[in-house]
Design a protein around this ligand. Structure first.
Ligand code: NZQ
Ligand code: ZN
Length: 384
């Protein structure tokens, strides 16, 4: 096992009706800005429930944070928050709203050009405190210190991390996920699945509990994902999915083990240039990535084949092949495409994707930092 420091300060309020408990988690007298997306929380009644729970506070709203939140939109939120002297942010929505709110939180007190937080990875010395009410289990953003922000004008989709943007608390009420469209349920399951594989399908370091934990999360997603599509109002299924997605990217399974993340970085360029949902990019790229990297990942692929897919017998190459195929079939069973050609994207799109990766400094990726643009080209080709 590798050395690590693990610290996760986010308080989780899990279960039915927990929005009722948020007032006691927020400092008295706070000037709160509720942030949200395109209006799903208005339709579902969640916004009025949240406002009801905050009747003792001064509350403002900032809406319109889009999927793949943009710098352009978020800077309007920064202006509003600065003008109204907001000192607490409450994100109500999915990963995009939470990520966008993390950026707003960091940008409000930032002295220079806030874009530098992403483009230059400029150090943040303070951030406005934030908390979340999660409505879409997927990204893990509700319990981690990362955010992914897009600049529309330049097609940049970039990541920043800072311990200052860990949410103070997050409400995880599985009932809030009943209204999700099936495509977003599937996206969430696939995103969480690939978060686990980015931290698990690398090379062995004898991290037994991280491996077993990761395998447990994958098996839960495989069992509960299809059930959530069939039974959208099954509380237990939703509860299991919600907690699994949070645990998949809250730092726990990644502590002390090598991490990959190349699939995610290649995926961000597909979203930036072709507009695929984040999870759609992962479903096409992960099977391709595992094919291209099967030698480097050999031992963990065999472990994955055995412990997740029950493949123990026969030739090792066949077992690896079957594990990759099972992964693809699982994504397809969630009704998500696993080929770029399904989205009308062909080989002619690859040069521009590689230019983007190079421009973003993504030419030494993967658990060995040896995944360069030649490998990236092979993965994109394999994904067609
Ligand atoms: O905008 P509204 O109207 O709220 O609708 C949203 C949105 O259209 C809708 N939705 C959310 N909850 C709902 C609901 N509709 C009905 N009922 C509900 N309960 O779902 C749509 C998608 O929401 P979005 O937040 O974009 O999805 P997701 O949670 O998958 O977030 C994706 C973003 O997170 C980033 C991705 O790159 C992408 O930008 N990621 C963030 C990570 C992190 N911070 O750690 C890690 C991930 O790898 C990922 O990159
Ligand atoms: Zn992801």
């Amino acid at each position: 096992m590798q050395n690590f420091t693990f610290h996760n300060p986010t308080r989780i309020l899990f279960g039915k009706g927990r929005i009722d408990d948020i007032a006691q988690e927020i400092p008295a007298g706070a000037r709160i800005m509720i942030t949200y997306g395109g209006g799903s929380i208005v339709k579902t009644g969640t916004l009025s429930e949240v406002r009801g729970a905050l009747h003792d506070f001064t509350v403002f709203e900032f809406s319109g944070i889009e999927a793949n939140p943009t710098y352009e939109t978020l800077m309007q939120g920064v202006e509003l928050a600065r003008r109204e002297k907001i000192d607490f942010l409450l994100a109500v929505g999915g990963g995009s709203v939470i990520d966008g709110t993390k950026f707003i939180a960091a940008a409000i007190p930032f002295a220079g050009d806030p874009w530098d937080i992403l483009a230059q990875r400029a150090k943040i010395s303070s951030a406005v405190p934030l908390a979340c009410i999660l409505t879409l289990p997927a990204t893990g953003s509700e319990m981690n210190d990362g955010a992914v922000i897009t600049r529309r004008a330049t097609n940049d989709k970039l990541v920043f991390t800072s311990p200052l943007v860990f949410p103070r608390f997050s409400v995880l009420d599985p009932v809030k996920t009943y209204t999700l469209p099936t495509s977003q349920v599937a996206n969430g399951v696939i995103d969480a699945f690939v978060h686990v594989t980015e931290q698990y399908l690398t090379y062995p370091v004898d991290a037994k509990v991280q491996d077993r934990f990761a395998e447990g999360l994958l098996l839960t997603l495989i069992e509960e994902g299809p059930r959530a599509l069939l039974h959208p109002e099954n509380y237990d299924v939703r509860a299991n999915l919600m907690w699994t997605a949070t645990l998949a990217l809250n730092g726990l399974i990644g502590a002390g083990v090598p991490q990959d993340w190349a699939t995610h970085m290649l995926g961000h360029e597909l979203t930036a240039l072709h507009g695929l949902d984040h999870a759609q990019t992962l479903a096409v790229l992960l099977p391709a990535m595992l094919q291209v990297r099967r030698e480097e990942k050999r031992e963990k692929l065999l472990q994955y084949a055995e412990r997740v897919w029950g493949l123990q017998q026969g030739d090792e190459e066949v077992r690896i092949e079957m594990a990759i195929e099972h992964t693809r079939l699982f994504f397809q069973s969630m009704h998500v495409h696993t080929r770029l050609s399904d989205y009308g994207i062909g080989v002619e799109a690859i040069p521009a994707l590689l230019v983007q990766l190079e421009r973003h400094g993504m030419s030494a990726l993967g658990e060995h930092r040896d995944f360069d643009l030649t490998h990236a080209r092979r993965v994109y080709e394999q994904a067609i």
